[in-house]
Design a protein around this ligand. Structure first.
Ligand code: CIR
Length: 291
């Protein structure tokens, strides 16, 4: 089951965004400029609004600096939404208002709460890449095996065409990458944008292998390799009307060139400068959940 998403859940930028969790050395990268961050997030929001039928926009929360990274709060597949227990303790309080907002999404008829059903399980949505027939989940510093097992128990069911839920051991492949989708993201149902570095290549090879045939054959997912890791996270709307659209990072010209050359001429390519969100370890998929 792979339906074209129609709704995007978004969340405003927190007034305390500059106090976000980050692995970036802000002394070297420069402090987060709140005005720029706000403008970048607004442009992102406008871009997403233009690509979906409806947005559900959750109010920001000054008590949760990272609340704009709404992708981490949910995993959605078919009519089911899992409300995550996120890996970073300071972020777990973000989920309440997002869960409440799901009442505005009629397509979601089944809401499952990870903390109630699987104590000790943790998942960040940034670790979950759902493709037709397969859901890949990074085992990372944020998402654990109990979390993967829980997602499998929820999604690998007849209601979701027994989608296969696979763990990708990010800690073994790359101890330092925050999330699976920092290295790989979907352009469409069969094409995956991959960071052209050893970690990105290893993750993609693992994905192909574990989702391949029982005879050891590789799956048919196709890679597009881009040289800049941050550019491997694209936000694609292949089903958007009137024009399929892909949102890519500005400021990474080599990767942008490859991506522009890889999408059909009929697609619109939107570049967004996300410099201040990158300082918070944010990427493009992280600021929305497509349902
Ligand atoms: C965090 O460390 O949790 C946030 N500062 C960044 C989360 C980015 N999430 C994502 O890419 N899915």
């Amino acid at each position: 089951m792979f339906q074209a998403p129609k709704v995007a859940v978004l969340r405003g930028l927190s007034t305390s965004f500059a106090q976000c969790v980050t692995s970036i050395d802000l002394n070297a990268a420069g402090a987060i400029n709140m005005q720029k961050a706000q403008e970048q997030h607004e442009r992102y929001t406008e871009t997403v609004r233009a690509c979906v039928e409806k947005t559900v926009e959750v109010e920001s929360d000054s008590a949760h600096p990272d609340c704009c990274f709404v992708e981490d709060t949910l995993v959605v597949c078919g009519a089911t939404a899992v409300v995550n227990s996120m890996g970073h303790q300071t972020r777990r309080g973000e989920v309440g208002p997002v869960r409440a907002a799901l009442s505005q999404v009629p397509a979601i008829t089944n809401i499952r709460i990870m903390t109630d059903e699987a104590p000790g399980a943790h998942i960040d949505g940034g670790d979950v890449l759902t493709m037709p027939g397969h859901q890949f989940v990074g085992l990372s510093n944020r998402s654990n095996l109990k979390g993967v097992e829980y997602l499998r128990s929820v999604f690998s069911t007849p209601a979701n065409n027994n989608i296969q839920v696979h763990a990708i051991d990010m800690l073994k492949i790359t101890g330092t990458t925050l999330h699976l989708k920092c290295l790989v993201s979907a352009l469409n149902q069969s094409t995956i944008v991959v960071a052209d570095n050893p970690a990105g290549r290893a993750v993609f090879e693992e994905m192909k292998l574990i989702s391949g045939g029982t005879n050891g054959s590789d799956s048919s997912f196709l890679p597009i390799y881009v040289p800049d890791e941050v550019a491997a996270n694209v936000l694609a709307f292949p089903w958007a009307l009137p024009q399929p659209t892909v949102v890519v990072q500005a400021n990474f010209p080599e990767s942008e060139k490859i991506l522009r050359a890889s999408v059909p001429d009929s697609w619109k390519v939107v570049t967004l400068d996300m410099s201040e969100l990158i300082k918070a370890d944010g990427a493009l998929t992280c600021c929305s959940v497509l349902i």
